[in-house]
Design a protein around this ligand. Structure first.
Ligand SMILES: NC(=O)c1ccc[n+]([C@@H]2O[C@H](COP(=O)([O-])OP(=O)(O)OC[C@H]3O[C@@H](n4cnc5c(N)ncnc54)[C@H](OP(=O)(O)O)[C@@H]3O)[C@@H](O)[C@H]2O)c1
Length: 213
């Protein structure tokens, strides 16, 4: 599969390496241009490519947003229409500025992004896992104690593709629901945010949270 990654910081680089090692073609991008990523992609080998953000978005069958939430305003909207888009971002008001609809809980950050990307098939995933854990904690399918990653979205086929991609890099996917309700269940402050959990652990915590305990 072709995977475009917007953002080449902690999360973008980590995912680029994991998916290259899993056999995919990966295009990595940032704000400063492909020349600043030459060494990174050389280290990753011939399946890794450095591109502009617009070209990486056009390249990917799946495109990953690995940028600070507020940067959703600068995304290549046309190139992302119809793409499966993995939103790894989290809303942090101290970093991103305040959004009334997010502070009130009326909406979620992935819904704000989805609204800005007409036609994109947005799946919220990977936002709960610290990048060092993502880099190092993956285990083969079926391993005892394998960690899980929650995913949320409104497009069942897109979620299935993302689930497969997570499985390939060592994690069990857990469907938390729609972009709105599932997204809320896995955002900062939720019971499953930034905690190393297996699939059963996530399911238990979601169940407890839904019962208000
Ligand atoms: N760090 C974590 O452990 C972690 C875990 C889960 C989720 N997250 C979320 O994942 C997102 C990325 O976090 P991070 O820690 O990887 O951030 P980071 O290390 O600060 O990297 C951010 C990257 O985004 C790039 N960027 C900004 N605007 C862009 C645009 N419009 N197009 C393309 N690239 C753009 C930056 O480019 P330049 O390099 O040119 O500045 C930089 O490479 C955040 O929303 C964060 O909340 C982070």
């Amino acid at each position: 599969m072709r995977i475009g990654i917007l953002g080449s910081g902690h999360i973008g680089r980590t995912l680029a390496a994991l998916w290259v090692w899993a056999g995919h073609e990966v295009a990595l991008s940032n704000t400063r241009g492909p020349d600043t990523l030459r060494e990174v992609v050389e280290d990753l080998g011939e399946r890794a490519h450095a591109m502009t953000a617009a070209d990486a978005a056009a390249f990917g069958d799946v495109v990953v947003l690995a940028v600070p939430f507020i940067r959703y305003r600068d995304l290549p909207v046309e190139q992302l229409a119809s793409k499966i888009v993995i939103d790894t971002s989290n809303y942090y008001p101290d970093r991103d500025g305040h959004f009334d609809e997010l502070d009130s809980g009326e909406s979620t950050s992935s819904e704000v992004i989805a609204a800005a990307l007409p036609g994109a098939r947005v799946v919220k995933a990977i936002n709960t896992m610290y990048w060092e854990r993502l880099r190092a904690a993956g285990q083969p399918h079926g391993s005892h104690g394998r960690l899980a990653i929650p995913i949320a979205g409104d497009d069942a086929e897109a979620k299935s593709v993302v689930s497969q991609l997570l499985d390939e890099i060592g994690f069990d996917p857990v469907d938390t629901g729609s972009l709105r309700d599932g997204g809320r269940r896995q955002q900062p402050g939720s019971a499953i945010y930034n905690v190393p959990l297996t699939r059963a652990g996530i399911e238990q915590r979601l169940d407890a949270a839904s019962k208000g305990s």
